[in-house]
Ligand binder design. Structure first.
Ligand SMILES: O=P(O)(O)OC[C@H]1O[C@H](O[C@H]2O[C@H](CO)[C@@H](O)[C@H](O)[C@H]2O)[C@H](O)[C@@H](O)[C@@H]1O
Length: 275
């Protein structure tokens, strides 16, 4: 049993949470932050075409400034190489495929979740999904190293959305090495392992010796997959939910949107430079 399963996770409605912008000193409680950031919906707004979720130059500058005074990692459901390519900053850490694939400065690269054995199943499922969904207009099968996202944001017809969901469930059933994950207008197929964004954050904290009494991990994200990170950090760090998703949240603070994330990161940098 892992640590997260041992503890009771407290969940609240997003609208009950205080804004993270209100009082940064209180949020940090005199500690130095280690900052973990989701990508889509957090650093960039949600857009129709996932290949066009470009990082704004101003947000890149904000991240660059913050990384000069703090540890910064991007923890994404995207393929690691894909999100690295969008961010284009070589002093950050990156955890892609929901934390299964991790890289960092000085050529650090590691795959701590043990997902290699799921590669043949991912390979087969990817082919099956592409084959069965090729005629569904707007559906898109996105292969990441350790996950597949089946996108239905651009499928206009409700019956066709149902078809996408049915086909995905059927493919998933054929591969016990894989399990379902949900996100914003996507169904994901991921390795059927006890590993997620939260485990990746705890792994990085441990590996990089950030588990110090004077350091507080902050995790900022908008989606259901970020809940694993909020839950993993409860009692030890700070979870900040951006916007809302369909469920209650284990985060303890809230930011409205990507613009507020940028403001928060700028305030954090300012605070760290002036302490
Ligand atoms: O963990 P994240 O960095 O937030 O990645 C989650 C998924 O993000 C992408 O899909 C989402 O964003 C797209 C672009 O805004 C949007 O079109 C889609 O509907 C969203 O689900 C990405 O394509 C996925 O691979 C990630 O898992």
């Amino acid at each position: 049993m892992n640590k997260q399963n041992e503890k009771t996770v407290q969940k609240r409605e997003a609208n009950e949470l205080p804004s993270a912008l209100e009082d940064i000193s209180n949020l940090l409680k005199g500690k130095k932050p280690a900052v973990f950031l989701d990508y889509d919906g957090c650093l960039t707004p949600i857009v129709k075409d996932p290949d066009k979720a470009f990082l704004a130059p101003e947000m890149r500058e904000t991240l660059q400034q913050l990384a000069r005074v703090s540890f910064v990692a991007v923890v994404s459901g995207r393929d690691r190489a894909n999100v690295e390519n969008f961010v284009q900053l070589d002093n950050l850490y990156f955890a892609g495929s929901h934390g299964f694939d991790i890289s960092g400065p000085n050529n650090m690269h590691t795959e701590p979740g043990g997902a290699k054995e799921a590669l043949p199943a991912l390979e087969k499922a990817d082919k099956e999904l592409k084959d069965k969904l090729q005629d569904v207009e707007g559906a898109w099968v996105e292969r990441k190293r350790y996950a597949i996202a089946v996108h239905y944001r651009n499928v206009a017809d409700d019956d066709l959305v149902e078809k996408v969901k049915k086909v995905t469930a059927e493919v998933l059933q054929k591969h016990p090495e894989l399990k379902e994950g949900l996100g914003k207008k996507i169904i994901e197929l991921k390795p059927n392992l006890d590993w997620h964004k939260g485990r990746a954050v705890l792994w990085l904290m441990d590996e990089l010796k950030l588990n110090q009494p004077e350091i507080v991990p902050l995790y900022i994200g908008d989606d259901i997959t970020d809940e694993d990170a909020f839950a993993s950090l409860q009692g030890q760090g700070v979870g900040i939910l951006v916007g809302e998703h369909d469920d209650r949240t284990a985060a303890s603070y809230h930011l409205k949107d990507v613009e507020e994330v940028k403001k928060f990161l700028e305030s954090l940098t300012h605070h760290l430079k002036n302490e």
